[in-house]
Design a protein around this ligand. Sequence first.
Ligand SMILES: Nc1ncnc2c1ncn2[C@@H]1O[C@H](COP(=O)(O)OP(=O)(O)OP(=O)(O)O)[C@@H](O)[C@H]1O
Ligand SMILES: [Mg+2]
Length: 112
Amino acid sequence: MKLVSAVIKPFKLDDVRAALSEVGVQGVTVSEVKGFGRQKGHTELYRGAEYVVDFLPKVKLEIAVSDDQLDSVIDAVTRAAATGKIGDGKIFVTPLEQVIRIRTGETGEEAI
Ligand SMILES: Nc1ncnc2c1ncn2[C@@H]1O[C@H](COP(=O)(O)OP(=O)(O)OP(=O)(O)O)[C@@H](O)[C@H]1O
Ligand SMILES: [Mg+2]
């Protein structure tokens, strides 16, 4: 299993959620975050205004996936989040040791 963490532009959240549903993702955690990439936030546009602050608002999605789902989830996020402009975001993939569904006690891929 893998944990996919994707940092995207906030206005792309609905598109990304729809794309994830299409590839069978059943659960996502979403957080409002701030960050910067290699332009350090300065030259990026957000809602039409040029931001002169260090950290830009972003949305982070966390998605636990089976190894079989990984490529399709990365593809879905990449396609749905892209505008082609700087600041489109980044996807981080890390190994995921365990998942437990609290209600039933199911574990591993059964619990995803
Ligand atoms: N190396 C990193 N580690 C952790 N978070 C990062 C890293 N790079 C980017 N991020 C997060 O992703 C967000 C979007 O990054 P961004 O898309 O601007 O990356 P970039 O490398 O500058 O690429 P681009 O040139 O396309 O803008 C940042 O605001 C930050 O929250
Ligand atoms: Mg950037």
